[in-house]
Design a binder for this molecule. Structure first.
Ligand SMILES: Nc1nc2c(ncn2[C@@H]2O[C@H](COP(=O)(O)OP(=O)(O)OP(=O)(O)O)[C@@H](O)[C@H]2O)c(=O)[nH]1
Ligand SMILES: [Mg+2]
Length: 328
């Protein structure tokens, strides 16, 4: 498609590429947007420029607000990796130690409650992707608003319940009530109709399953809750339980990994793109590059199709592990 870009636009584009500061970049972007010809052929470019402009404006605003006093220091934690989980639960249930066991992060772990006051972020690897975990201060009547703010922003919640406690079921109810008090509802599947408040996909983790009494408590929780939320028993002392947990966290994110290759390149599954479950070939192509998606004719697929290299169309729903060769 022809775009007929003007010399003014091209000059602004050059200034954008060479801009020494974010402020200069912003000025050049504005110039590009005002000089780009407005017709169908430049529609995608204009959308892209506007997106870049607003991202840059946000960045500059953030830099600015860092210099001024902010009401809460932890309003937002930037998402990295394939998805963001928050570790949530009553005091001393094992959130910090779990983060330390699954990632390189080293939050403070203590044998007394209320040891965590600030969030700690860690990256957990699962096969060829990374999942972001955030350790939070405990849920209690004293929990500060920003903690609930971070819970609302996460992709999913891991709610820990200490299986070695005298009454884990009562502790689970207390934790759920505190979350409900902040209008955060934990669900197995996100509802089609939006509910009031925040609805979050969650996974229940019965923690410290190595301690005495834990297995009876776990069975009781299973009887009462496993039809409402997925529930697994974990222990930082048991490697196999942690490996099961890595997969369970990945599954809970409800994402698929898709690999791509150019025609003629070897069939290797490396550095996947991650997409919400149910995404199509076209949506996968968009992750690679919007221009590629625009031109996309069909794909050849290794994985979920009937045979290797099978031709699939743009609306084909991709599955975890699929490798695509995109044809424009
Ligand atoms: N035996 C055993 N002990 C654990 C396990 N997980 C955590 N603990 C212990 O439980 C205590 C509390 O652990 P933390 O990770 O600090 O608990 P927390 O939920 O972060 O506590 P707060 O930050 O106060 O909310 C520590 O003494 C941990 O060593 C586990 O799987 N097995
Ligand atoms: Mg802690």
């Amino acid at each position: 498609m022809t775009t007929n870009l003007s010399p003014e636009f091209l000059a602004a584009q050059r200034r954008y590429r060479e801009a020494p500061t974010p402020g200069d970049k912003l000025a050049a972007l504005k110039e590009m947007l005002s000089t780009i010809p407005r017709h169908k052929g430049t529609e995608r470019m204009r959308v892209d420029l506007k997106a870049r402009l607003s991202k840059l404006q946000q960045q500059l605003e953030r830099q600015h607000s860092k210099r001024t006093v902010r009401s809460s220091p932890y309003e937002h934690i930037e998402r990295h990796g394939a998805g963001q989980f928050v570790l949530v639960g009553l005091p001393n249930c094992g959130k910090s130690r779990l983060l330390a066991s699954l990632s390189a992060a080293r939050p403070e772990v203590a044998d007394y409650p209320f040891s965590t006051f600030t969030p700690t972020v860690g990256m957990m690897s699962f096969e060829d992707i990374q999942i972001q975990l955030i350790d939070l201060p405990p849920l209690s009547d004293f929990t500060e608003g920003w903690v609930y703010g971070l819970i609302r922003q996460a992709d999913a919640i891991a709610l820990l319940v200490d299986l070695s406690a005298s009454d884990p079921e009562a502790e689970l109810l207390e934790a759920l009530a505190l979350l409900e008090g902040a209008r955060i509802h934990l669900v197995d599947h996100l509802p089609q109709q939006p509910l009031s408040g925040t609805v979050k996909r969650a996974l229940l983790l019965g923690s410290k399953s190595d301690l005495p009494g834990a297995s009876e408590h776990f069975k009781a929780l299973q009887d009462s809750y496993s039809d409402q939320l997925p529930l697994i028993a974990i222990s930082v002392e048991q490697r196999s339980a942690l490996e099961t947990l890595r997969r369970a966290l990945f599954t809970r994110l409800e994402i698929v990994r898709v690999y791509t290759r150019k025609p003629g390149e070897p069939l290797v599954r490396e550095r996947p793109y991650t997409l919400p479950r149910g995404s199509t070939v076209l949506q996968a192509a968009k992750q690679v590059h919007y221009q590629l998606a625009e031109k996309l004719d069909y794909a050849r697929l290794w994985g979920s199709a009937q045979y290797d290299g099978q031709r699939v169309e743009r609306d084909y729903v991709v599955q975890d592990g699929d490798l695509l060769e995109l044809h424009g």
